[in-house]
Design a binder for this molecule. Structure first.
Ligand SMILES: *Cc1c(COP(=O)(O)O)cnc(C)c1O
Length: 229
């Protein structure tokens, strides 16, 4: 059955959340944008339902999980309490889990290869369920990291659209840990613009304000809300 998962004190989590919301709003206004134009994706991976509940109770509705199996273990219970909660898959997806991902997630942020595009297209057709799809771009071209490399992004996006009939709603990136994030965020923004893509998932606990300055529509924040994993 479901693992209980990491726990964090409710008061801490709620206080952290208030602070993150204020910082997101400030960063948006500083960039001449409306705070509502930036969606906070609360990254709840490894944390148990009891730690996630106060964040739902405080009004958050968009959550990020990196493993299909873990999400299936803890979210049915939470979705019963909060049916309008939305789940983003932010971790790598194996083609053999495409069906579960399409059935359960509202947004899959990690589309990065043709085989997965084909699997998602066929499951979307079969299930009649249409989660939003983001293409993950490996902006640092790191060999160990998932995502399509920047030079291949335009062709891959075009292929997803034409070959598989997929609608690409957004792009996602995870910059290299040891580099300035801003060039990576700016690159993702340029790839989105020239491909007519509106949503940009970029920025984590350490750099979400910078990402907002550079056009993020979705920031994925875990540690700064829930604490250390
Ligand atoms: C874990 C994770 C995050 C959250 O990172 P924090 O530094 O804890 O905010 C964001 N995006 C992805 C893809 C992740 O795996």
């Amino acid at each position: 059955m479901e693992a209980i998962g990491h726990q964090a004190p409710e008061a801490d989590v709620v206080a952290h959340l208030a602070e993150i919301r204020a910082r997101i709003a400030r960063a948006a206004r500083d960039g001449g944008r409306a705070p509502e134009d930036v969606t906070l994706v609360c990254v709840s991976k490894t944390f148990g339902a009891e730690t996630i509940k106060p964040v739902l109770a405080a009004g958050e509705r968009v959550f990020g999980e990196n493993k299909v199996q873990e999400a299936l273990g803890k979210w049915p219970e939470l979705k019963e309490l909060y049916p309008d909660a939305k789940l983003h898959l932010i971790g790598p997806l194996q083609t053999n889990k495409a069906r579960q991902a399409v059935a359960f997630f509202d947004c899959i942020e990690t589309l990065d290869r043709s085989k997965l595009a084909a699997a998602l297209a066929s499951e979307i057709e079969r299930l009649g369920r249409h989660p939003k799809l983001y293409v993950q771009v490996n902006t640092g071209a790191e060999s160990q990291k998932a995502g399509i490399v920047p030079q291949e992004a335009d062709a891959f996006i075009a292929n997803c659209r034409k070959e598989y009939g997929l609608e690409i709603a957004g792009l996602m990136c995870i910059p290299p840990v040891d580099e300035q994030a801003s060039p990576h965020f700016a690159l993702l923004n340029r790839i989105a613009k020239r491909n007519g893509i509106a949503e940009l998932s970029m920025g984590m606990s350490a750099d979400f304000e910078l990402a907002i300055q550079l056009g993020a529509t979705h920031v994925r924040v875990g540690t700064a809300i829930f604490g250390k994993r």
